[in-house]
Design a protein around this ligand. Structure first.
Ligand SMILES: Nc1ncnc2c1ncn2[C@@H]1O[C@H](COP(=O)(O)OP(=O)(O)O)[C@@H](O)[C@H]1O
Ligand SMILES: N[C@@H](CCC(=O)OP(=O)(O)O)C(=O)O
Length: 373
């Protein structure tokens, strides 16, 4: 069954967590990095393209600067990343060169991918790197990111990159075997979950919070990343990154780690970008009838089903679409701004022109610009 999901992989995004790339003292672990690069080279020999999303810059820089783990202001962590990132890249470059491979550094921020233009630019660069046979190594551009423009963690970034490059598999390598029923560091009865058919609330609960002092996200962000990839129709495999030969074994279908199956009804690339990468600027509250029409019939959102609008936004903004219970069930790009929606809410589409004096179309959110969550 695993083999079934892992056959015909042509492009894989591999996320390497800080805990995998560093040793107990917090320094970059050359042995592990060499091993991983040799695994990647083997995949390349088999014609599989690889994009790495690599953490480790902050950890590597902290050590070089003599900063203690877990402490420091945000600018100090950014300084650590500035020092650590070139060290990390130097190691990748040396290791890949031994296999005749070239590597390229790609630093991104969440703002970059939320702009359609920059999303397409990043995609173009990555495609060109892959076409030239290079191995892109992506990390968050820590120098310029603070909370509001951050991906938050590289698990999230790896899921968005999976969509960006249309990979067939997301492989998340970490310091633990896979997802357990609870954090094994706290609960000795925790058991490994080898297969997750869909990310339910129970699975999210099992993932809990972060467990290490050098990593940022813990299991919760990995599970959230797997959920996003699944929505894009891509499986995620979470596996122990320090185990020699793990990449080859994982792709061969060996029973290792946790496999998250893709969702049956995946979103296309643009809709996935609307649902997970664009930043919502406001909220549109709709009635039960509109909710059913969107969810079950795949229709556009018309003004007649809208009850209220929250937030101030322009036409062309991303909005959360929430049902009568207040729960968000879809996201879309709005053809009308918030002030316009406030005026046409509850009205028939034929009345838009009369109310506003102009008309961009019958729908507030056209179904081509609407992604169900
Ligand atoms: N249910 C769980 N299953 C496995 N690990 C868990 C779970 N809940 C919390 N964790 C913790 O998450 C850690 C991995 O996350 P993190 O330290 O952020 O790694 P990385 O640096 O690879 O991103 C594990 O070492 C473990 O302590
Ligand atoms: N950009 C940061 C990575 C932060 C991060 O997400 O770390 P991790 O949870 O170990 O994948 C760095 O390079 O240190």
């Amino acid at each position: 069954m695993r083999r079934e999901f892992l056959k015909n992989i042509r492009r894989v995004v591999i996320k390497l967590g800080s805990r995998v790339l560093t040793d107990d003292s917090g320094s970059l672990d050359g042995t592990v990095i060499r091993q991983l690069c040799s695994d990647v080279a083997e995949l390349r020999m088999r014609g599989i393209q690889v994009v790495l999303v690599s953490s480790g810059a902050v950890a590597a820089g902290r050590n070089a600067l003599g900063m203690p783990e877990r402490s420091g202001t945000i600018p100090q962590k950014q300084a650590a990343a500035a020092v650590g990132q070139p060290r990390l890249m130097r190691l990748y470059q040396e290791c890949f060169e031994q296999h005749g491979l070239v590597t390229g550094q790609v630093l991104l921020t969440a703002d970059d991918l939320a702009s359609r233009q920059r999303f397409l630019n990043a995609r173009g660069t990555l495609e060109a790197l892959l076409a030239a046979g290079a191995v892109p190594v992506i990390n968050e551009n820590d120098t310029v990111t603070v909370a509001e423009i951050k991906f938050g963690d590289n698990d999230n970034l790896s899921a968005l990159v999976t969509n960006l490059v249309e990979a067939n598999l997301l492989l998340i390598l970490t310091d633990i075997e896979g997802l357990y029923t609870a954090n094994p560091a706290i609960d000795p009865t925790a058991r490994l979950i080898p297969l997750v058919r869909s990310v339910t609330r129970e699975i999210e609960r099992a993932a809990g919070g972060s467990g290490s002092s050098v990593g940022t996200g813990g299991m919760a962000t990995k599970v959230a990343a797997a959920k996003k990839a699944a929505r894009y129709g891509v499986p995620t495999l979470m596996a122990p990154g320090k185990r020699p030969g793990v990449i080859g074994a994982a792709l061969a279908g060996t029973e290792i780690g946790t496999l998250f199956l893709p969702a049956d009804k995946g979103l296309n690339r643009r809709k996935h970008w609307i649902a997970y990468t664009l930043r919502p600027a406001g909220k549109v509250l709709v009635d039960a009838g509109a909710r059913t029409a969107l969810l079950e019939k795949g229709t556009s959102l018309l003004p007649s089903g809208i009850q209220a609008v929250e937030g101030r936004f322009e036409r062309g903004s991303c909005v959360r679409i929430c049902g009568p219970d207040g729960e968000e069930f879809a996201r879309g790009v709005s053809d009308y701004g918030s002030a316009e929606i406030a005026l046409i809410a509850g009205r028939k589409s034929a009345e838009i022109e009369e109310v506003l004096g102009y008309h961009y179309g019958d729908a507030v959110v056209h179904r081509d610009n609407l992604a169900l969550k």
